[in-house]
Design a protein. Structure first.
Ligand SMILES: Nc1ncnc2c1ncn2[C@@H]1O[C@H](COP(=O)(O)OP(=O)(O)O)[C@@H](O)[C@H]1O
Ligand SMILES: O=P(O)(O)OC[C@H]1O[C@](O)(COP(=O)(O)O)[C@@H](O)[C@@H]1O
Ligand SMILES: [Mg+2]
Length: 530
């Protein structure tokens, strides 16, 4: 079978050659189940091979000839511990799964990264489908798990903590679970707490993180020493892009030391800036909460003469919250995000647009992401940015700055009376408990992480790819930041909805066009500076 597949291998460069990952598997490396063959001996050789490849596999997986299929696989503990024993999955006996048609995810089940395809296009990149596996690589009574939360807050963190604890306990009978307090530094500078289903029972109803969090303090060697000293063999790490980079380093050190430790990352970010996954948990909750601030701004400015409301929302490098909150609301006249440079003065600028909207409606609402216009602000305030303990750029208050600029322009230059209302709900939108749909999403993430760790995968992140939960190599989610693509349809939909200027034409636009062209370079610089 192997030989036939290689014979049909394409001579064209495969997609995998473009992907800098050591875990990329080609079709020929991907273990296929035995094929059932019928009467092929009389066919010409090439037809025989095609028939062979297209034959129906025992579990329904239909391999085709080399069609550009790439599996970006996650590491498995047997990669460096080849003799690790495995056991039947205890879920076999589980009441919960008793009548489920297919309790276990087949090793052949994969999730496609790209589901919009053309006839004849290559199949492209796939990830392993998340879920329970037939064999596990830990005996329940041997598991010593720990959970840590790092970085900024986000609605739903407590739900993920709760469901990891309950998932380990209810599905796999694990009783030994530790909470690492205060982020990465908690591994080596704080005591742990014991987590049981009882302890975490109602934490999903609260915002924040039950385990506390921090920025900075990642010391790989100290952390892995501590994991080793405590006999921890499953590590669940909840956090954003910075945290996932730290998780990858922990995994690499674990592998270097040859430890039987499953490292599982659960992506968390209010900014939705993590690549590959559809959306990060808590994002919908935050967008919903942002509506309250936008509505308040609208009520305020509608009730006065020439009211201009500004609402500042989170989004350091990515304007997703501002964009989706604007699209959802309909009372927003203009949305400003980090990815789309804007300018104030002259034709096509923000001042001109504000004046036009005030003439038409006598009020307007601007939503601005905190990371928008930062270069503008630092230039005019003559201050250069500093960084937080994790190396993230500390932002200047663009909302306050913009409020002042608009006030000055209309009062001093245009001699118009305007009523400014500035609302800054930034922390309010991330400090709340998650809504119903985010709670369900968090539950799925937690259970997928538990199944993956029990199955012996390590150095992986879980998350939905085209709505199907998948195991993604950690390095794959950290190599790029997810940003709003101005060339995609969603931003065009927003522009069509608000009818705001795109800031790509007019007197101040030249720089913006250049900025767009260099956006990719800038994004890369941002990534390497974190
Ligand atoms: N490149 C990195 N390598 C290792 N650890 C990192 C890296 N970047 C950030 N971290 C650690 O991850 C944790 C959270 O990072 P931070 O950027 O603050 O939040 P987030 O993970 O939400 O993006 C911090 O403890 C920080 O030290
Ligand atoms: O909590 P801090 O340190 O004030 O950070 C605020 C920043 O955290 C964020 O919520 C993002 O945090 P993460 O990088 O941890 O996901 C940004 O939107 C915001 O700029
Ligand atoms: Mg981050």
């Amino acid at each position: 079978m192997e030989a036939s597949i290689s014979l049909l291998g394409s001579t064209k460069p495969s997609l995998s050659s473009l992907i800098p990952s050591s875990n990329v598997l080609h079709r020929r490396d991907f273990p296929l189940p035995a094929l059932k063959l019928k009467k092929v001996s009389v066919l010409p050789r090439i037809l025989q091979q095609k028939r062979l490849i297209r034959a129906q596999c025992s579990d329904g997986f239909k391999p085709e000839e080399d069609d550009g299929f790439v599996l970006e696989d996650v590491p498995h503990l047997t990669k460096f511990l080849p003799d690790l024993p495995s056991y039947p999955n205890p879920l076999k006996e589980s009441q919960a799964y008793a009548i489920v048609k297919r309790t276990f995810v087949s090793s052949e089940d994969v999730v496609a990264q790209n589901i919009v395809v053309q006839k004849g296009s290559k199949r492209g990149v796939h990830f392993r489908r998340a879920g329970p596996r037939e064999r596990v690589y830990f005996r329940s009574d041997e598991v010593k798990a720990c959970i840590v939360t790092c970085g900024g807050l986000c609605p739903g963190i407590n739900t993920v903590i709760r469901e990891i604890v309950c998932g380990l306990n209810n599905m796999y009978g694990v009783n030994n679970i530790l909470g690492i307090q205060g982020g990465y530094r908690g591994f080596y500078s704080k005591n742990t707490m014991t987590l049981t289903p009882k302890v975490v029972n109602d934490i999903h109803k609260r915002g924040g993180t039950f385990l506390q969090t921090s920025r900075g303090g990642h010391d790989t060697v100290k952390i892995v020493d501590n994991i080793q000293d405590r006999g921890i063999n499953q590590v669940y790490i909840i956090g954003g892009d910075g945290t996932q980079k730290g998780a990858e380093k922990i995994y690499q050190e674990v592998e270097r030391r040859g430890l039987q430790v499953a490292v599982s990352g659960i992506p968390k970010t209010i900014d939705n800036d993590i690549a590959v996954i559809d959306k990060s948990f808590g994002f919908d909750t935050a967008v919903e909460e942002a509506q309250r601030a936008i509505n308040a701004a609208h009520v305020e400015v509608e009730s006065v003469e020439n009211g201009v409301g500004i609402v500042k929302l989170m989004g350091r490098y990515s304007g997703f919250i501002a964009m989706i909150a604007t699209l959802a609301n309909r009372d927003v006249d203009c949305c400003l995000i980090p990815e789309s440079p804007f300018f104030l003065e002259g034709k096509g600028g923000l001042f001109e647009f504000i004046e036009q909207r005030l003439k038409e409606n006598r009020h307007m609402v601007i939503v601005i992401a905190e990371g928008a216009g930062q270069d503008y602000v630092s230039q005019s305030m003559h201050v250069s940015g500093t960084k937080d303990a994790s190396g993230n750029r500390l932002l200047l208050d663009v909302g306050l700055w913009l409020t002042q600029q608009i006030k000055d322009h209309f009062t001093n230059v245009r001699k118009m009376m305007i009523n400014m209302k500035y609302i800054d709900p930034t922390y309010m939108i991330r400090a709340i408990p998650s809504n119903a749909s985010d709670n369900v999403y968090c539950t799925l993430l937690a259970q997928s992480a538990v199944h993956g760790a029990m199955a012996g995968y390590s150095g992986f992140t879980v998350g939905p790819v085209n709505s199907r939960h998948a195991y993604i190599p950690i390095s794959r989610v950290t190599e790029m930041t997810n940003t709003v693509k101005l060339t995609d349809r969603m931003w065009a939909r927003l522009l069509a909805s608000t009818n705001q200027p795109s800031f790509l034409t007019g007197e101040g636009a030249l720089q913006n066009v250049i900025d767009m062209e260099t956006q990719e370079k800038i994004d890369n610089m941002k990534i390497s500076s974190i």
